[in-house]
Design a protein around this ligand. Structure first.
Ligand SMILES: [Zn+2]
Length: 231
């Protein structure tokens, strides 16, 4: 049986490459091809919340794929959500409640717009899972204990206000954390916190595979195979 995996995307949509120098926006066709590739290989899809409820200790079971989108870009609602709904695929959007309606620091132009509070609420009401990505997307390692605790706790509370549901999952901004950050996130009441790199499962340093932003299924297959060789 195929090993379970958690994928991380950021934006989805067509964009001028000069507006996206960090390659954070996947083409629509690329995301569609990845979903079709996974479905074609028999993967079933879980949200990160389902993973936290059912398999927090062990990670995604074989044959399970968890789709996550970091930063709360507005195209999560306008582009990704319809594509996911067409295929009946759940997903988790990690949002920064302190940055709702702002501009992404690395994506220029309209494609870099972040979800407003109303749009984040709508994404939740469509049945998508919202997780916390801190309030303001700092490198959490650089904060003092008080500020660190606020970033972790307040973002959980604000996401719960947006969705009306428990917020069990967190994603570290930039994938950066250390032992003190892990403890603060656990103390804030989360069940699972996600890093940004593949590796062994740990609840508060949960591995993810950055999904390729170009060329769909074949590139994903290659990346998966490589991440396994590196284990
Ligand atoms: Zn981020």
């Amino acid at each position: 049986m195929r090993r379970g995996l958690v994928l991380v995307h950021h934006g989805v949509g067509e964009t001028d490459p000069s507006a996206d120098p960090a390659h954070l926006v996947a083409g629509v066709g690329t995301l569609a091809a990845q979903l079709d590739w996974l479905a074609g290989r028999g993967y079933r899809f879980w949200s990160a919340d389902e993973l936290a409820r059912r398999a927090a200790a062990d990670g995604p079971p074989p044959g399970t794929a968890v789709l996550t989108f970091d930063d709360g870009l507005a195209d999560g609602l306008s582009v990704a959500a319809p594509l996911l709904r067409d295929r009946g695929v759940p997903a988790t959007f990690f949002v920064c409640p302190g940055l709702l309606g702002a501009q992404h620091e690395l994506v220029a132009g309209p494609r870099g717009r972040l979800l407003s509070a109303e749009e984040a609420r709508e994404l939740g009401s469509l049945g998508f899972d919202l997780g916390a990505h801190s309030m303001t997307h700092p490198d959490l390692r650089s904060l003092d204990d008080g500020a660190l605790a606020r970033e972790a706790r307040d973002s959980r509370a604000r996401v719960e206000e947006l969705t009306g549901r428990p917020c069990r999952t967190f994603a570290y901004p930039y994938g950066l954390f250390d032992a003190r950050v892990e403890r603060a996130v656990e103390a804030a009441g989360y069940e699972v916190a996600f890093a940004w790199r593949p590796g062994r499962w740990r609840r508060f340093a949960a591995p993810r595979l950055p999904a390729p932003v170009r060329r769909g299924g074949r590139r994903l297959a290659l990346k998966l195979a490589r991440s396994r060789l590196r284990r």
